[in-house]
Design a protein. Structure first.
Lengths: 223, 474
């Protein structure tokens, strides 16, 4: 007997269930198809403007920085300003995502914009989030041909663009949106929920930022 | 684990820990960081208690349908292009993982933090077979350099101080400037970051555990703060996930509910920094991500816990709250338990996984004060289960002779109420006579284990039963 059959058999014996019991598979099918929502905190259930304010506040609480922009065309200038303020070279790397590719980068003549995945030599990565979650100041990033996951982890600084209209109150809203875009039961290869910059408290329980991932996380909320 | 189980020496280990001031100083940090952090985070979320109920219900439902959710999960992983392997025990899991590494021609392996790989002793096994895995979580990296095992499930190096870390880094990182300054934790972190970057970028295989397996989507989920788990799983060509069977949950909604409990209970964060869902290998057109994705599902005694008095333990999400709040753990640290999993959750789980014969002391490493259950996000009745193990220890004659004699003597008296009343009255009278003027007993026959460390207050007045009889039920 294979290990698989042995383990599943032991589970069924311990539970005292048999294969012929049709109610159990029905209960499982139902839960997987209906994906019932459990307890959702009231905290994020707010009108648009207040929800975005909560998101901005929560992002600050987890040691990330945040700037609000009026429109997408302001992004290149905001990126250049971030680099200047921190005495960083005017160079970033981003994916080919049209939401980033179609911006007026030419307005920042000094800014060198490379594209594609990171191999560990980039100081600053720029990504576009699919959503924000106001409840905890979290950004949601999905992988794909135009959105390399390495950009979220290898550069020292990570700048993330979030469209204000995509800031949800809770994770459940984000799951519903993923199902709408990718299909029920389907996920992009990688979904990253990022809440603040990388940190560690492994030495004497002292909180330090910048463990293995980005030392700083900067969020641009557009709209 | 490299040291092997030493749970049978628990009393000796505990004595040694109590006589180790640097250790006691190191674990004292837990109060102002993890314990107060949890309190703040839970008080800031009005729904926390309702979430605990929901979390318990999700796991109870999943365990009652575990076979079916595992099959559903397996189907979804395969549909996404991944492989699922089933491991009945630790030896199975190690063999499967070594085989994947060898077929991938792996020489360098990085690891994310994973208690389950400690449980199966993966590092030692891979090393014995010519593959040297590198731990990448800062705490795990430190204890790997020291040849130790984790002393806490979420803060593996909580027993080490920064001077010890600096000494270890100087000993191992010999290609760096010997005169460099390593006084501050920030410089230690920066050094580890630099050294481990090389390992991340050159690894052939990355091995992680999983906090959740999602049946709905076939995703494995890791929850971390450092980002090392992500670098471990996106950079190498092969990603192997080792997870035990009870990690499966039905849906993304269920992950969200338990996520809200996990970080708050563990570190007092509202959300850990990185929660990452991985589904299959990289897709066509993807510029990065692993080319092969393997999930190894480990049983190792868990299926036998279903339907038993220890089934509730399978709800555990490894947050460590019971450990942080345990007065015994806080007095002796994690290594004294001599088991992979320390503290209350470890004392319940270890006998299930390793056999009571190898770990009979652990159920007694508790005052049954109940703090563990009161903070457990999944409402696991830990004290009740510790009592179950004590009963089994007695039934199987694993209890030391002296204790068995004491229990037998007590039973003899307790089943004879008149004699019991007489004996307790005599005992109270005798102890009151033995006490000094301050009403404290410094020595009591047969109770040296107690009076060696503290005085026993002498009884004042009559016994409970005589007082009860006197006052009636007024």
């Amino acid at each position: 007997m294979s290990s698989r059959d042995a383990i599943l058999g032991r589970i069924r014996r311990s539970l005292g269930v048999s294969d012929s019991d049709a109610t159990r598979p029905a209960a499982v099918r139902h839960r997987l198809a209906e994906t019932p929502v459990n307890v959702v905190p009231a905290r994020g259930q707010l009108p648009d403007a207040e929800r975005i304010d909560l998101f901005v506040r929560k992002v600050g609480e987890v040691f990330a920085t945040v700037v609000r922009l009026e429109g997408r065309d302001d992004i290149p200038a905001a990126v250049a300003a971030y680099l200047r303020d921190r005495n960083l070279p005017q160079a970033i790397r981003r994916g080919d995502d049209p939401r980033l590719a179609d911006l007026p980068w030419e307005r920042e003549a000094q800014l060198a914009v490379a594209t594609g995945p990171s191999e560990g030599r980039d100081l600053v990565g720029l990504s576009h989030a699919d959503a924000g979650v106001a409840e905890t100041g979290t950004v949601v990033l999905t992988s794909g041909p135009d959105n390399p996951t390495t950009l979220n982890f290898l550069p020292d600084h990570h700048i993330v663009v979030v469209d204000a209209s995509t800031v949800a109150g809770d994770y459940e809203t984000v799951w519903a949106d993923l199902r709408r875009r990718f299909g029920a039961g389907l996920m992009p290869r990688t979904v990253n929920l990022v809440t603040g910059p990388s940190r560690s408290a492994d030495i004497e329980e002292t909180l330090l930022l910048g463990a293995h991932g980005p030392r700083s996380l900067h969020i641009l909320v557009v709209g | 684990m490299s040291g092997g189980l030493t749970s049978l020496s628990f009393p000796k280990n505990a004595h040694a820990a109590l006589a180790n001031p640097p250790l006691l100083k190191a674990i004292a940090h837990i109060e102002e960081t993890l314990v107060s952090g949890r309190r703040r985070a839970t008080e800031a979320l009005p729904e926390f208690e309702a979430l605990r109920d929901a979390g318990r219900d999700i796991k109870a439902h999943t365990l009652a349908h575990l076979d079916l959710y595992l099959e559903a999960f397996e189907r979804k992983v395969m549909e996404a292009g991944g492989f699922v392997h089933w491991a009945a025990d630790a030896a199975d899991a190690n063999r499967i993982i070594l085989d994947i590494c060898q077929k991938a021609g792996a020489r360098r392996v990085t690891k994310g933090k994973s208690m389950i790989t400690e449980e199966v002793g993966l590092n030692a096994y891979l090393q014995a077979n010519g593959i040297a895995p590198v731990e990448t979580d800062l705490g795990e990296y430190i204890i790997q350099l020291r040849g130790e095992t984790p002393s806490h499930i979420i803060a593996p190096a909580v027993h080490v101080n920064k001077e010890q870390v600096a000494a270890d880094f100087r000993r191992v990182h010999t290609d760096l400037d010997p005169k460099r300054n390593l006084e501050e934790p920030t410089s230690l972190l920066a050094e580890a970051r630099g050294v481990l970057r090389e390992s991340f970028l050159s690894a052939d295989v990355g091995i992680t555990g999983a906090n959740f397996l999602v049946a709905e989507t076939g995703s494995t989920v890791i929850v971390t703060n450092e980002g090392n788990g992500d670098l471990t799983q996106i950079l190498p060509k092969t990603h192997i996930v080792l997870a035990s069977i009870e990690k499966v949950v039905p849906t993304l909604e269920d992950v969200a509910t338990i996520m809200r409990l996990l970080a708050r209970s563990a570190t007092g964060q509202e959300m850990s920094v990185y929660t990452t869902f991985s589904t299959g290998p990289r897709r066509p057109g993807d510029p990065d991500g692993p080319e092969a994705f393997h999930v190894v599902l480990l049983d190792n005694g868990r299926s036998a816990m279903l339907g038993s008095e220890f089934e509730d333990m399978l709800r555990c999400i490894r947050c460590g709250a019971c450990i942080n709040h345990c007065p015994v753990y806080r007095s002796i640290g994690g290594h004294a338990y001599g088991s992979v999993y320390p503290g209350p959750m470890g004392s319940v789980l270890t006998p299930s996984l390793q056999g009571l014969e190898k770990s009979a002391h652990l159920a007694n490493a508790s005052t049954l004060c109940g703090r563990c259950e009161s903070v457990c996000p999944m409402r696991i009745p830990l004290p009740k289960m510790l009592r179950h193990w004590r009963e089994k220890e007695f039934e199987r004659h694993l209890t030391p002779k002296k204790a068995r004699f004491g229990l037998a003597a007590w039973r003899f008296l307790a089943t004879r109420p008149r004699l019991y009343g007489l004996a307790t009255r005599f005992g109270a009278w005798g102890l009151a006579r033995l006490a000094g003027r301050d009403g404290a007993l410094r020595q009591v026959p047969l109770a040296g284990g107690w009076t060696r460390w503290r005085d026993l207050p002498a009884p004042e007045g009559g016994t409970f039963r005589t007082e009860w009889a006197k006052r009636g039920r007024k």
